[in-house]
Design a protein around this ligand. Structure first.
Ligand code: NAI
Length: 466
């Protein structure tokens, strides 16, 4: 094979998007993937399958609460977990095929096998068929991340499970204890709680959703999840797991007290870590940072000439869309153009019901930075469309610079927050002010009007709240 312009190791949203972009820009590209399918964690065992399960269980939940809409007979309905899993698998299969088509139709060569750095300008790919050496001008590492394992309770795939098993259970557990109230814990906790599992979420911090949300926002979300039957044990440090008659119990500590939470399954969702396994990083002299991530400069260059890295394996939020943006930027840079990602405007979403979404600075972030802000809030319960659609739980919060009115951050708890946050991102990308949003015409009736109202509230001009 003649020399390639770019070999990408890892075909998740970072890697495959970079492959497409680089091919669009005229580069000769190979995409190396160790697994049988393209798409990485997001498509195969993460974002996409979990969204399919969330949708299925939302339908189930809504069907059961349809009495006031005239839907009768809900007590006669039943739920089939294997069918729900089969639907999820179908969604994943369809998207795998889609990604493969997109990549190969752009002329990218897909190579199945484990890729490792093989010295200057070389990537070695090992598969069942043996080893193949690729010669290339540039290498892009996009090998993603793996779940963090708690040292005192390793994943066994049965009792102590990761999100990968959490999206593939064939039976509803009676008691699920979730460690970590981050995105995975809340999403998978919601899936199983809707199906009747008694879900207890044990979290070290005193709020849910992590530090990307202000306390007032996190509290609204927590209350909504509690109303759905999820129990939270916050400010609680997990210490281990022990056998008890009839199963296991998670052991934990709070305020010096020892606690026990009986469980059939314990889902550990305490974060993810960079995946550099099998890359030959040490042999190649690839520099990692203090957290085991590949160290890069602001052009995604590692310390090795011609070797770049993006996505979960480098610094920054471990989010598919962050990796995608980096995939485009790095391809542009390698092709000699200027690529750029605006890290100040990377939205985060937790796809529960209501959804929780945020972008930019929180009010607490702004305070910590000494920025004077004005805050506008709107309670979704006062929105007409939300009332008509039984989706009144939620709040929208807009944080604007007190001097310039420029929007610095937006946080939303609401059904449809994942879609609503996109218009916040667009306004912020153009440096929009709270007044810009307030003067933008939003369709009525939409839940999105809550965002406009929250922006109006920044300057105390809200129409639909007092
Ligand atoms: P996370 O970092 O979002 O949340 C982990 C939570 O576990 C934190 O609240 C942390 O305080 C808590 N925790 C850590 N150690 C603990 C301990 N020993 N005992 C009790 N609590 C403990 O991590 P998560 O949910 O596992 O997700 C992993 C990554 O994947 C994150 O970067 C997340 O953003 C990303 N992801 C994003 C999704 C989305 O955008 N919807 C969905 C799933 C994952």
């Amino acid at each position: 094979m003649s020399q390639l312009d770019l070999v990408i190791i890892g075909s998740g949203p970072g890697g495959y998007v970079a492959a497409i972009k680089a091919a669009q820009l005229g580069l000769k590209v190979a995409l190396v993937e160790k697994d049988a399918n393209l798409g990485g964690t997001c498509l195969n065992i993460g974002c996409i399958p979990s969204k399919a399960l969330l949708h299925s269980t939302e339908l189930w939940h809504q069907a059961q609460h349809g009495k006031k809409h005239g839907i009768v007979g809900a007590d006669k309905l039943s739920f089939d977990v294997p069918v729900m899993m089969a639907n999820k698998d179908k969604v994943v299969t369809q998207l795998r095929a889609g990604v493969k088509t997109l990549v190969s139709k752009r002329g990218v060569e897909i190579i199945q096998g484990l890729g490792r750095l093989g010295g200057a300008g070389k990537v070695v790919v090992r598969s069942d068929k043996g080893e193949r050496i690729l010669e290339t001008k540039n290498v892009l590492i996009a090998t993603g991340s793996v779940p963090v394992e708690l040292p005192f309770m390793k994943f066994d795939g049965e009792t102590v499970i990761s999100s990968e098993q959490g999206i593939a259970l064939t039976k509803t557990p009676e008691r699920l204890v979730v460690v970590g109230a981050g995105a995975i814990g809340l999403e998978l906790g919601s899936v199983w709680a809707r199906l009747g599992t008694q879900v207890t979420v044990v979290e070290m911090l005193t709020t849910v959703g992590g530090p990307s949300y202000d306390v007032d926002i996190a509290k609204v979300a927590q209350k909504a999840f509690e109303a759905q039957g999820i129990k939270f044990e916050l400010g609680t440090k997990v210490t281990g797991v022990k056998k008890i008659p009839g199963g296991v119990a998670l052991t934990a500590e709070r305020d010096g007290k020892v606690l026990e939470f009986p469980a059939d399954r314990i889902l550990v969702a305490v974060g993810r870590k960079a995946n550099t396994t099998g890359l030959g990083a040490q042999e190649a002299g690839l520099k990692l940072d203090e957290r085991g991530r590949i160290a890069i400069d602001d052009h995604y260059r590692t310390n090795l000439p011609g070797v770049h890295a993006i996505g979960d394996v480098v610094v920054g939020p471990m989010l598919a869309h962050k990796a995608e943006e980096e995939g485009v930027a790095v391809a542009e840079i390698i092709a000699g153009k200027s690529g750029h990602v605006n890290y100040a405007i990377i939205p985060g979403v937790i796809y529960t019901d209501p959804e929780v979404a945020g972008v930019g600075l929180t009010e607490a972030d702004a305070q910590a930075k000494g920025i004077e802000v004005r805050v506008g809030k709107f309670n979704v319960a006062a929105n007409g469309r939300a009332i008509a659609s039984d989706a009144t739980t939620g709040i929208v919060k807009v944080i604007a610079d007190a001097k310039t009115d420029k929007v610095l951050g937006v946080q939303i708890v609401s059904r449809g927050a994942s879609e609503m946050i996109a218009s916040a991102c667009a306004h912020m990308e153009y440096g929009g002010s709270a007044e810009d949003i307030a003067r933008t015409c939003f369709a009525h009736p939409t839940v999105s009007e809550s965002f406009k109202e929250a922006a109006m509230a920044v300057n105390k001009t809200s129409i639909h709240s007092l």
